[in-house]
Design a protein around this ligand. Structure first.
Ligand code: PBE
Length: 291
């Protein structure tokens, strides 16, 4: 008898839990469905600052932007996407994820993520005098989102970044010739280019690295966090980087080191930042997160 009672209790409990679970799913708000979490990237990214600002601007009180990395963010996105589960990530363009998945930016009516901006090339002071050939190439370096997208997609499919860059350089000899036009070859001069492990910047930095290598430089690509990237160019421990998102995303860094670097101008136009969700999610605006 005792056995029956406990069996009955276990059964009743299981049914009650099951009912509870399904009820929650049916009525779940977006907030519940993602546990009020936005999947972020590395804490130094301007995108993280903007996303946290969005929580304030849109009055999303109990929400969190979870710190991580670009790689962890795209892994979480893939996992959710494959199961058609809800997920909100911090995203940007150019990025291969828009070619691989059906995604949408949440509308940002308050303009927290700023307007479209550009990626700039930044050199340390004195680079022009010390490594004039490299300076010239860095100054000339300029491509578009489709070109960067090709390298990024190749890397995502498993090609090593340096190999993907080498392939792109080979396939786009005309473009590369524009960057190196009239530039003399060098004999093993050393140059150190910094970058952060953002997919877009992994692509651009490897391409620039390959072009400089082909010119005769001994190139070191140094992976750092966003803060040390700007510090490095300011104190001269890094020669340059092609990863400055301006005028908004890296405004803090640019201001902090004002006068301690040289801005060589735009290398890519038309970027975008924001909160990104799979298209199968039934929301369109950051404002919808409050419901
Ligand atoms: N990103 C990619 C960077 C700049 C390049 C958008 C993740 C950032 O937020 O700082």
């Amino acid at each position: 008898m005792k056995k029956f009672i406990s069996l009955f209790l276990v059964l009743a409990l299981t049914l009650a839990l099951a009912a509870c679970g399904s009820k929650k799913d049916e009525n779940a708000t977006v907030a519940d469905s993602v546990d009020q979490k936005i999947v972020g990237i590395d804490p130094g990214a301007g995108l993280m600052k903007a996303s946290n600002q969005a929580l304030t601007d849109y009055d999303l009180k109990d929400w969190k932007v979870v710190e991580g990395s670009s790689a962890a963010m795209t892994a979480a996105l893939k996992k959710a996407y494959d199961k058609k589960e809800p997920i909100i990530v911090t995203g940007w363009t150019p990025h291969w994820m828009f070619a691989s998945y059906d995604l949408k930016y949440l509308e940002d009516p308050k303009g927290t993520f700023g307007k479209d901006e550009n990626i700039h090339t930044i050199a340390r002071k004195g680079l022009k005098e010390d490594l004039p050939e490299a300076y010239q190439v860095l100054d000339n370096f300029h491509w578009d989102t489709d070109e960067m997208g090709k390298v990024m997609l190749d890397i995502t499919k498993g090609t090593d970044p340096d190999k993907a860059a080498a392939k792109w350089v080979k396939d786009n000899a005309d473009k590369v010739a524009e960057w190196t036009k009239g530039v003399n070859k060098v004999k093993g001069d050393k140059i150190k280019i910094g970058y952060v492990a953002w997919d877009s910047e992994v692509a651009s930095t490897n391409v620039v690295g390959k072009v400089l290598t082909d010119l005769g430089y001994k190139v070191t690509l140094s992976q750092v966090e966003a803060g040390p990237l700007w510090t490095g160019v300011a104190d001269g421990s890094l020669d340059a980087h092609v990863s400055a998102w301006l005028p908004t995303t890296h405004a803090d860094y640019a201001k902090k080191f004002e006068g301690k670097f040289e801005d060589l101008g735009t290398n890519l136009e038309g970027t975008k930042l924001g909160l990104v969700v799979p298209s199968y999610m039934n929301i369109n605006s950051i404002e919808d997160l409050k419901k």
